[in-house]
Design a protein around this ligand. Structure first.
Ligand SMILES: Nc1ncnc2c1ncn2[C@@H]1O[C@H](COP(=O)(O)OP(=O)(O)OP(=O)(O)O)[C@@H](O)[C@H]1O
Length: 735
């Protein structure tokens, strides 16, 4: 099933038609399918009509247009394939499966049923695809724009799969760089211990990090095994749901590797931690501080040196690789590799194929790579599903007997029989799955809900949401006409069980005495009086920091950008409701900036040190701190991410790429967490509604999740539908 990018998807396009018209009527201004397939010019005009109808992007129509000039020997079916491969890339797929395109054309391009039946509309894509003969592949093979492997042609054809060259090259680069790490020769060397003696050397350190006497040793067993696997080979993936201890495990893995390096080489490894977005990097920076501090309690040899050698900061991948403005190229690459022995990347599900290829390219061959992430979350916004591909077999383990024996020697733990596989692939031996959530146990509604969604069990998911035994996960019906219910949730949250809406943080900006939120703010220590104009900057920082923390209590999520339940409309309607309730002062439509406006940064800005995903709040502060004469102005307060509660104050006029964020797309919420998260599900099906999307939304909630759902059917269908991004990365046996 194809998946849509929220940036281009319009609500209400509906399901793809199963029985679309196969020919246009004679009165139609558009070419018939036969005419379009017989004449490249007619096809190109039809493609532009499809773009106008919003069925494909302008970009998708432009590629065949360009190739028709560059390589005029291609016929209309070749140009159609070029459009489709571009369209597939826009949907996150690395390739176009020609076989699928012919046999299930309706799965490729979503065209609303009513539009497809409209006689005035152009013939839909499947009317053409259904007419392509078996010789489509041969025609493509003969086209000069296509090559069957390395070369300079814009397209690559490999066994009935057509790629844009960039994606083909990057898929190859990622596959071969990982394969090289999986088959590192001499794997029983000091650097890559796999021999039994190495397992014996790891054992005491692993037993210190995960003491068998710990009352939670059983729950932490998969963490201990993951640590051992991570030390065994120069490539490892650690996947697990929310709160399963990915951060805990990676910090202990670093402690293990550094303990060994210090003992054996006399010096620690050069290690960096990275994440795909600024927000994810800041969140990891915060949680590793606690994890590193927790190492203090363990009697590790050379403890102080080990702790000091674990990075305390996390950078974005862009910064690690040295992004160069306005190009895809980085400062570090194969010829100028990073001076490192190891990189660990968190939130790896958000890393697309291009970034993964750039990272592997920039790593020296000896450097270890550890990827951490939740395989069940949405894939990257850009093309590829690298973590998903790597973890496709993680549930069943597939560990070979020699590896499980080695693991037993290193950890003292034996693997369950079900995770064994005599034919396990090389990659399987480097993938560890954490199976116990320390945050959401069996009694937790969010844990139960996440499990039901992952199992594709929509009935169970609905039962959990309706079960009063699980108050942390609830749902409310959302009839389209019932705007009040939606706005009550946005403003007040659930009211009970301290699950607040936006009234909460706005109460931290302008306190309203004797309101329930004032009491709750007071209790949580977030109610600070607004500093006086003569106050020092530190005082304003503390005030803003409390407001940002109060803001992180609640976030409304939606799958869509456009339409009634899209972010744009929701943001406007919530702003109006807040203004009506006297909670914000936004005089009219033309006023974009007002005190309390929460904004989301939508692109990295290195000059301002703001990263994609950062959230800030506009606040009225002195023009000059500690100078009451200078008057006041609006500035946007962003967390400085310094671990000290520092604030970066930015003038609104300097912010080029921000949007209001009362509502946020689920895609943009990846890498963030909020105490109470609410998801609005639209009332009609669309390809964007998938299991991964619902799971990602639910797992953004730290304590409470509310679903606003217009239709049980839409929710059930979404949970049953999986994203299947097309790529060949580690998909075939023998890898
Ligand atoms: N072995 C353990 N023993 C006790 N507590 C643990 C253990 N592992 C993790 N925890 C606790 O569980 C919580 C979640 O752990 P952690 O942050 O490492 O998980 P995560 O998978 O990285 O979470 P996230 O979903 O935020 O990515 C933390 O409070 C952590 O201290």
């Amino acid at each position: 099933m194809s998946e849509a990018n929220p940036e281009v998807h319009r609500e209400g396009k509906g399901e793809t038609p199963g029985d679309a018209a196969s020919t246009a009527l004679p009165s139609s201004p558009f070419a018939t399918p036969e005419q379009a397939l017989a004449d490249p010019e007619a096809l190109l005009s039809l493609l532009f009509a499809w773009a106008e109808y919003g069925w494909i992007r302008d970009l998708d129509a432009a590629l065949p247009h360009r190739l028709a000039r560059l390589a005029p020997d291609g016929d209309a079916s070749c140009l159609l394939a070029a459009m489709l491969v571009s369209h597939q890339a826009g949907q996150g797929h690395l390739l176009l499966d020609l076989n699928q395109a012919r046999r299930q054309p309706e799965t490729l391009i979503a065209v609303a049923r009513d539009v497809a039946r409209d006689d005035a509309a152009p013939p839909p894509p499947e009317a053409l695809l259904g007419r392509l003969g078996d010789d489509w592949v041969n025609r493509l093979q003969r086209w000069s724009a296509v090559a069957q492997g390395p070369g300079a042609s814009p397209l690559v054809l490999e066994a009935e799969r057509l790629y844009l060259r960039r994606y083909w090259r990057n898929e190859q680069r990622v596959a071969s760089a990982i394969a090289a790490r999986l088959s590192t020769p001499g794997t029983s060397t000091k650097d890559h211990p796999t021999a039994d003696s190495d397992a014996a050397r790891l054992r005491p350190v692993l037993d210190t990090l995960f003491p068998p006497s710990d009352p939670r040793a059983d729950q932490a067993a998969s963490q201990k095994l993951a640590c051992a696997l991570g030390a065994r080979a120069p490539f490892a993936v650690i996947t697990g749901g929310p709160g399963t201890g990915k951060t805990t495990t990676v910090i202990r893995l670093l402690a293990l590797l550094q303990t060994q390096a210090i003992a054996e080489r006399g010096a620690p490894l050069a290690i960096r931690l990275a994440a795909p977005t600024g927000k994810a990097a800041a969140r990891l920076s915060e949680s590793i501080r606690d994890q590193i501090a927790a190492l203090d309690e363990l009697p590790l040899p050379d403890a102080a040196q080990v702790r000091a050698s674990i990075p305390h900061e996390v950078s974005t991948l862009h910064r690690l690789l040295g992004a160069r403005p306005d190009t895809r190229h980085f400062h570090h690459h194969r010829l100028n590799p990073l001076p490192l022995d190891m990189v660990a990347v968190d939130e790896a599900s958000m890393v697309d194929i291009d970034m993964m290829a750039a990272l592997l390219d920039a790593l020296p061959p000896h450097a270890r790579l550890v990827l951490l992430g939740d395989k069940d979350q949405l894939a990257s916004v850009e093309a590829g599903a690298v973590l998903g591909n790597l973890c496709a077999r993680a549930e069943q383990g597939h560990y070979r007997r020699d590896v499980s024996d080695w693991l037993e020697a290193a950890t003292g733990l034996s693997l369950p029989e079900a995770l064994h596989d005599g034919d396990g692939r090389a990659l399987d031996q480097s993938v560890a799955m954490l199976r116990h959530s320390f945050r959401f146990d069996d009694a937790s509604g969010i844990g139960q809900l996440a499990r039901a969604i992952n199992a594709g069990d929509s009935r169970r998911a609905l039962a959990v949401l309706d079960d009063t035994a699980f108050p942390q996960a609830q749902r409310q019906a959302l009839p389209r006409a019932n705007e009040r219910r939606l706005m009550t949730l946005a403003l007040d949250g659930r009211g009970q069980d301290a699950a607040w809406g936006y009234r909460f943080y706005l109460g931290a900006i302008t306190p309203r005495p004797d309101t329930p939120e004032a009491g709750a703010l007071e209790q949580s220590g977030l109610l600070r009086p607004r500093p006086s104009l003569s106050s020092e900057r530190a005082e304003w920082d503390r005030w803003a920091s409390a407001i940002l923390e109060a803001h992180a209590q609640f976030q409304l999520l939606t799958p869509l950008r456009a339409g009634h339940y899209g972010v744009e409309s929701l943001n406007q309607r919530i702003e109006q409701a807040l203004a009506r309730a006297g909670l914000i002062d936004k005089p009219d439509h033309s006023t974009h900036w007002y005190e309390g406006r929460p904004v989301l940064v939508t692109g990295n800005d290195y000059a301002l040190k703001l990263m994609n995903g950062d959230i800030g709040i506009a606040l009225k502060v002195p023009v000059e701190f500690a100078n009451p004469e200078a008057g006041t102005t609006l500035r946007v307060a962003f967390p400085a991410g310094d671990g000290q509660g520092g604030i970066r104050w930015v003038l609104p006029s300097r912010l080029q790429r921000v949007e209001t964020v009362f509502a946020m797309t689920v895609h943009k919420s990846q890498g963030s967490e909020f105490v109470h998260t609410a998801l609005v599900m639209p009332d009609s099906l669309s390809p964007i509604l998938t299991r991964e999307l619902v799971y990602t939304a639910v797992t953004r909630a730290k304590k409470t999740f509310t679903l606003l759902s217009a239709s049980d059917v839409v929710l059930a269908k979404a949970i049953e539908r999986r994203i299947a991004r097309q790529s060949r990365l580690f998909q075939s046996p023998g890898t």
